[in-house]
Design a protein around this ligand. Structure first.
Ligand SMILES: *[C@@H]1O[C@H](CO)[C@@H](O)[C@H](O)[C@H]1NC(C)=O
Ligand SMILES: *[C@@H]1O[C@H](CO)[C@@H](O)[C@H](O)[C@H]1NC(C)=O
Ligand SMILES: *[C@@H]1O[C@H](CO)[C@@H](O)[C@H](O)[C@H]1NC(C)=O
Ligand SMILES: *[C@@H]1O[C@H](CO)[C@@H](O)[C@H](O)[C@H]1NC(C)=O
Ligand SMILES: *[C@@H]1O[C@H](CO)[C@@H](O)[C@H](O)[C@H]1NC(C)=O
Ligand SMILES: *[C@@H]1O[C@H](CO)[C@@H](O)[C@H](O)[C@H]1NC(C)=O
Length: 674
């Protein structure tokens, strides 16, 4: 049967079902959601083109225009959108200079232009913000250049960078941690470059997907989340704010100036460094002046109210602000969000109404410090803690082939189920799931402890289950001026079918969470995942007198409680209240993994199971509190420091026990009561 005939038969069947069945089941609408007449690659491409026409950094006029585009698209998808605005502290570059005196005796100073070459034919290339690090410290520094590889803690071992300007390459850890590590090692300044070994290929953009030699990855070097002047509370108009001095005292701001530079400039600098490491004899002179502005940012929020449980929220989000044009980061995700909005609108026109409320969020100022989502979560913390079912994130949604997902583990099963229902856009003979398990990544679901995107506050501050998914992965022109529509159209997703596919998977996960009578959470996976992490920890603790049994015991309890609630679901409880009660246990179990005191020394992070690594904000850790304590104990090697490891082990064990108690049927709620 040819494709059009199949589509026609499907439509007739769907239409007759619609005519003769008074209220179609959610499954009928879910099938429609995935059907080809519902998906629209042309509209995705057109939205992406509009969103990425001009560079739109947070706080700019162009970004406000992009916000209006999202607002009007949401409105035309009958989403009743509103803007949640915040006043936040952003920084922009005012003056940058970098020069090199190649040898101590040399008088010829090389001054770098710090410009990315205009390649391709983007008419708005001139509007790109000069390359800089957001929240970088202003200052004039000079010192011998010293190469510190990826700038990890271990890269500084055996290196004396005291008084030096560190040259590090991007690629392994968060750039804010590179600057912090350099500062702690005694450096006076840092330049970070994109090495061809990590981001280059034989040819470069616009001929191929690779980063040109003049390309620069900009980005933030702030080490906290949210507006630096309102740590832990929302930046609403007229609110309490920290002064600049108070912000500095908190220690999340970089201690030394830094600049991002190109591979071409780094090559020149590294030629002046003895043995490729230095320090010196080349002397770098780095000067940076930034300005801090209290700017208005806009989160655009659209809502589809649930029919039966309007106070249960399934939240989908993506940010809009971009360092440059943002075709991959983040507007592939915005285009996907708008596609989902459109498909949900089509479903509503056919009579569908979700059981629970679906909220679509388009965040602002993510690039600076996940600011838009963090302020919104801080603003709505208690409301979200009592009503949010899950948060689904799309950021760099498409940059190439190959599906990847990260999630809190109770969502693993659902992601796999949905991935089985959608064809792989790069090999339509098989499902995304089949391609995924055959890929290098072999169907492994990542964990979301890191602070790399807008899911962070949801899971790490409030304990909301989260998912993040994408096609592709790391891409070479990340945060450079070449991340534009041309790059996407030529290399990222030439037919926009990967965009369609990720919208299908993400949208379907949202639909299942919004419509299923019983929340599709499986905590058995959570328990197995925790067991694996605990076993890793046990190996690490060999030879130290740390008792890991409380942790093992709490995980066993969680596993039992998870099996019991799965059986309750299978047996099918009856009655709206009883169903609601069971779902509330499923929804609230993740919350129990948070602790009001948070991680020691990083109290904003409330989740005791998933959090960022202390030395790499991009690195996700299981049991981050235990991990911090182990790091410390290995360094200071005192009895008290090892006792602290044991204390952290007890804390996480108690949290996991709380989660299993939440999952369990309450004893005074025995079945006899119903
Ligand atoms: C590190 O280098 C600085 C500056 O060159 C020097 O003063 C200091 O003595 C060195 N430290 C060590 C431990 O070698
Ligand atoms: C570094 O360069 C600035 C100009 O950009 C200049 O004012 C300053 O004197 C230089 N510092 C050193 C130590 O060469
Ligand atoms: C596409 O999928 C089929 C299995 O359905 C597999 O045999 C084939 O190798 C795949 N093609 C590519 C290019 O990966
Ligand atoms: C998969 O892994 C192999 C072996 O490590 C590597 O050569 C290949 O490039 C990888 N493929 C992708 C698509 O990453
Ligand atoms: C959408 O997909 C069709 C093929 O299914 C293709 O012909 C068309 O060029 C695509 N549209 C865009 C904008 O890429
Ligand atoms: C829950 O996950 C486990 C594996 O972790 C699996 O064996 C079980 O079938 C799943 N249960 C449901 C109801 O999906």
């Amino acid at each position: 049967m040819s494709k059009p005939t199949a589509a026609l038969v499907f439509l007739i069947a769907a239409f007759s079902y619609f005519l003769f069945s008074p209220s179609p089941k959610p499954h009928y609408y879910h099938t429609l959601f995935l059907s080809s007449p519902f998906s629209d690659n042309a509209s995705i491409a057109s939205n992406l083109r509009t969103l990425t026409r001009r560079p739109h950094v947070a706080g700019s006029l162009a970004n406000a225009e992009a916000a209006s585009h999202v607002l009007s698209s949401f409105a035309s998808s009958s989403l009743k959108p509103r803007v949640a605005a915040y006043k936040v502290s952003l920084t922009y570059p005012v003056h940058r200079s970098l020069s090199l005196t190649p040898t101590e005796s040399s008088k010829s100073i090389i001054t770098f232009s710090l410009e990315q070459e205009h390649l391709g034919d983007n008419p708005y290339a001139d509007e790109v913000t000069p390359t800089f690090h957001a929240y970088a410290k202003s200052g004039d520094v000079s010192g011998p250049a010293a190469y510190a590889n990826y700038g990890r803690v271990e890269d500084f071992a055996g290196l004396n960078v005291s008084g030096a300007v560190v040259v590090a390459r991007y690629g392994k850890i968060y750039r804010g941690d590179i600057v912090r590590n350099a500062y702690e090692a005694g450096a006076v300044g840092v330049v970070i470059y994109t090495d061809e070994r990590d981001y280059g290929g034989e040819e470069c953009f616009p001929e191929s997907r690779w980063m040109p030699p003049s390309g620069v990855q900009v980005g933030t070097v702030y080490n906290g989340l949210g507006d630096p002047t309102t740590p832990g509370w929302a930046s609403v108009d007229g609110c309490e704010r920290l002064s600049e001095e108070e912000v500095e005292l908190r220690g999340d701001s970089p201690g030394i100036p830094s600049l991002p530079i190109s591979a071409a400039d780094a090559e020149v600098i590294l030629k002046s460094v003895v043995g490729g490491v230095g320090p010196g004899p080349g002397i770098l002179n780095l000067s940076y002046v930034g300005k801090t502005v209290l700017a208005e940012i806009e989160n655009v929020i659209g809502v589809i109210e649930g029919g039966e449980e309007p106070d249960r929220y399934v939240i989908l989000g993506n940010h809009r602000d971009a360092w440059t044009f943002g075709a991959v980061d983040p507007n592939s995700g915005t285009a996907v969000l708008l596609e989902i909005a459109q498909r949900l609108d089509k479903l509503q026109k056919r009579g569908w109404k979700p059981r629970r409320t679906i909220i679509l969020c388009n965040w602002d100022a993510e690039e600076y410090a996940l600011i838009g989502s963090t302020e919104w979560v801080e603003d709505n913390r208690q409301m979200l803690a009592s009503r949010a079912v899950a948060y689904l994130n799309a950021d760099c949604a498409v940059s190439g082939p190959g599906f990847r997902a990260s999630a809190t583990p109770q969502l693993d099963d659902l992601i796999k189920q949905v991935a089985k229902e959608v064809r792989d856009p790069d090999n339509t003979t098989q499902s995304i799931y089949e391609s995924w398990i055959r890929s290098n990544n072999s169907g492994v679901i990542g964990r979301l402890g890191s602070g790399a995107s807008d899911y962070a506050s949801f899971v790490q501050h409030v304990g909301v289950p989260v998912v993040d998914m994408l096609f592709g992965g790391g891409y070479p022109v990340y945060h450079s001026m070449y991340d534009d529509f041309t790059w996407m159209e030529k290399f990222g997703d030439p037919m926009f079918h990967r965009h369609v596919a990720i919208a299908s998977v993400l949208g379907m996960v949202a639909l299942r969470l919004a419509d299923d009578e019983f929340l599709p959470f499986n905590y058995t996976s959570y328990a197995s995942e925790l067991k694996k992490s605990a076993e890793d920890l046990e190996k690490e603790m060999l030879g130290h007198s740390i008792d890991i049994s409380p942790l093992i015991k709490s995980i066993q309890d969680l596993s039992t409680a998870a099996q019991e609630i799965n059986i309750e679901k299978e047996e099918g409880v009856k009655g709206a209240l009883r169903v609601r009660e069971l779902n509330d246990r499923l929804m609230m179990a993740e919350r129990a993994l948070t602790d009001r005191d948070g991680l020691s020394g990083r109290t904003w992070y409330k989740h005791l199971v998933y959090g960022p690594s202390k030395y790499d904000d991009y690195g996700s850790k299981s049991f981050p509190g235990v991990d911090d304590a182990i790091d410390n104990a290995k360094r200071v090697k005192t009895k008290a420091s090892w006792e602290h490891v044991q204390h952290e082990m007890w804390r996480v064990s108690r949290a996991i026990r709380h989660a299993s108690l939440v999952l369990k049927e309450a004893q005074f709620f025995t079945k006899a009561h119903y």
